[in-house]
Write a protein that binds this ligand. Structure first.
Ligand SMILES: Cc1cc2nc3c(=O)[nH]c(=O)nc-3n(C[C@H](O)[C@H](O)[C@H](O)COP(=O)(O)O)c2cc1C
Length: 177
């Protein structure tokens, strides 16, 4: 460990929080927000990956026969489960805050994150949901029942092509410690 590195570490202490970022992003927009959060606080970042990834065709919600359109029907009927490659992340148990990000799909956080929420124990943790979308806001109706013991922080939506400055401004306003 060189002297330079320890100086850097000390200077990032002002931002230090016990948190991780967990996200799903189908087309890269939410990933940029997730990466900005991780860089800002210097915290671990984990991507949620469906065992069966979504192709561009799968994501075509204008086509009634597309994967997302079919899954949406199953989702609202309560019989959809999208399997993830893993829901188990090293730094999860020590984190006080979990930044949880995904695209908005039909006014909710994409159901792809549901398995992660369902499979983990969020007692004594605060989930801070964030999303990107073309225009609509989102609700957490699909997620809050899956982690009843979680403390849900205020959710934040950004537009698909959000500027980094806007994300940093939000992070500063959160006043986490
Ligand atoms: C299946 C699907 C459903 C969507 N539903 C909405 C919606 O309800 N409201 C909205 O504003 N945008 C909607 N979008 C647009 C995405 O939220 C937006 O492009 C987002 O930035 C994508 O993030 P990503 O690149 O991280 O996947 C939808 C996109 C897809 C593929």
């Amino acid at each position: 460990c060189s002297t330079d590195e320890s100086v850097e570490e000390t200077s990032s202490h002002s931002n230090e929080i016990n948190a991780i970022v967990v996200y799903y992003s189908a087309t890269g927009n939410t990933e940029k927000v997730a990466q900005t959060i991780s860089d800002h606080f210097d915290i671990p970042i984990y991507e949620l990956e469906p065992v069966d990834p979504y192709s561009e065709e799968d994501l075509n919600y204008s086509d009634e026969q597309s994967r997302v359109s079919i899954e949406y029907e199953e989702h609202i009927n309560g019989d959809l489960e999208v399997e993830l490659t893993t829901t188990d992340f090293d730094e999860f148990s020590d984190a006080d805050y979990i930044f949880l990000g995904a695209p908005v799909w039909w006014q909710e956080l994409s159901w792809v994150v549901e398995d992660f929420v369902k499979e983990n124990d969020f007692s004594d943790k605060t989930i801070i949901p964030f999303a990107t979308s073309a225009s609509s806001d989102f609700n957490l109706d699909n997620l809050t029942p899956l982690a009843a013991n979680a403390d849900w922080g205020e959710a934040r939506r950004f537009s698909s092509n959000v500027d980094e400055d806007e994300i940093i401004e939000w992070l500063n306003e959160l006043n986490l410690s």
